[in-house]
Design a protein around this ligand. Structure first.
Ligand SMILES: Nc1ncnc2c1ncn2[C@@H]1O[C@H](COP(=O)(O)OP(=O)(O)O)[C@@H](O)[C@H]1O
Ligand SMILES: [Mg+2]
Length: 270
């Protein structure tokens, strides 16, 4: 490389540092080398340089959003095995991942027994929303109610309700595993009421709607809550076997096979 090319590279590096573009700074040497060797045109080189910066910025945004959202795990649509869960309409799930429901402030309720992938699909929707730059927030029903109760005790209920109304997507997980006090259910109702037609809520439950009255300790309030939720809502009803149990069953079968090989005297399978 000539002295003037060296000088230009150093100046470019200084400019990118000055502009606080670490992604482009990291890519600039490689891009210049590609340019010098004739592997890319000037236009392509610019595209790669700026593309590197945008990728880094998007990854950082997503990381920040992930930390703020409190999502308990990373689960994506790609990792979801539709063949295992034939009751799920694949087109419905894929079209939800296009996120039109967020713009329309519609809700999503995923219903089904434990282990069928409700939380997985709800998280993958939340991730898609975070990737698109939207604010998302995760809580189990129990933890959300607890945080509302604490806020009320501290005289901060209105503020907490505002904070929880802000995210474009609120994921309320695990409705039905732990019963909620009637008082807690009133707070949850206030939250859903505040979000109604303002922003989308994605909920999961192992209990059908007819059992929510028992979960929330009040039939009338549960009916009012369900009425709000279902007003603009996509329902994903999953009838099927637990994916967790499938893993156990595979393990159990392989243990039985190993066992059978090692100790034929037990006479298993005869
Ligand atoms: N169809 C599926 N394909 C791939 N992984 C799945 C599938 N269904 C469930 N899982 C995985 O099995 C575990 C249990 O699923 P989860 O979504 O937590 O169930 P639920 O919330 O319905 O109880 C999770 O680790 C999840 O990623
Ligand atoms: Mg779950």
């Amino acid at each position: 490389m000539s002295a003037s090319a060296d000088g230009r590279r150093d100046r470019l590096r200084a400019m990118l540092a000055d502009l606080k573009m670490p992604g482009a700074l990291e890519a600039v040497d490689g891009v210049l080398a590609q340019l010098d060797s004739g592997a890319v045109t000037a236009g392509e080189a610019l595209e790669r340089l700026l593309g590197a910066q945008i990728t880094l910025r998007n990854n950082r945004r997503l990381e920040t959003a992930m930390r703020a959202s409190r999502l308990p795990a990373v689960k994506t649509l790609k990792e979801f095995d539709f063949a295992f869960q034939p009751s799920i309409k694949r087109e419905q799930i894929e079209s939800l991942h296009e996120l039109g429901f967020l713009a329309r402030k519609e809700n999503v309720v995923l219903l089904g027994p434990p282990g069928v992938g409700k939380t997985h699909l709800a998280i993958s929707l939340a991730l898609a929303a975070a990737e698109s730059g939207r604010r998302v927030y995760y809580g189990t029903l129990a933890s959300l109610v607890e945080s509302l109760e604490q806020a009320r005790a501290a005289g901060q209920l209105a503020r907490r309700l505002r904070v929880l109304t802000h995210p474009a997507l609120l994921l309320v997980d695990e409705i039905g595993y732990l019963p909620v006090s009637r008082d807690g259910a009133v707070l949850f109702f206030q939250l859903i009421n505040a979000r109604h037609e303002q922003a989308s809520t994605v909920l999961t439950s192992n209990k059908g709607f007819e059992e929510w009255g028992a979960v929330l300790g009040d039939e009338v309030m549960a009916a009012a809550l369900i009425d709000r939720l279902l007003h603009h809502c996509h329902i994903v009803n999953i009838r099927g076997n637990s994916y967790r149990m499938r893993a156990h069953q595979d393990l159990w079968r392989s243990m039985q096979r190993a066992d059978g090989d090692a100790s034929p005297a037990l006479g298993r399978g005869t």
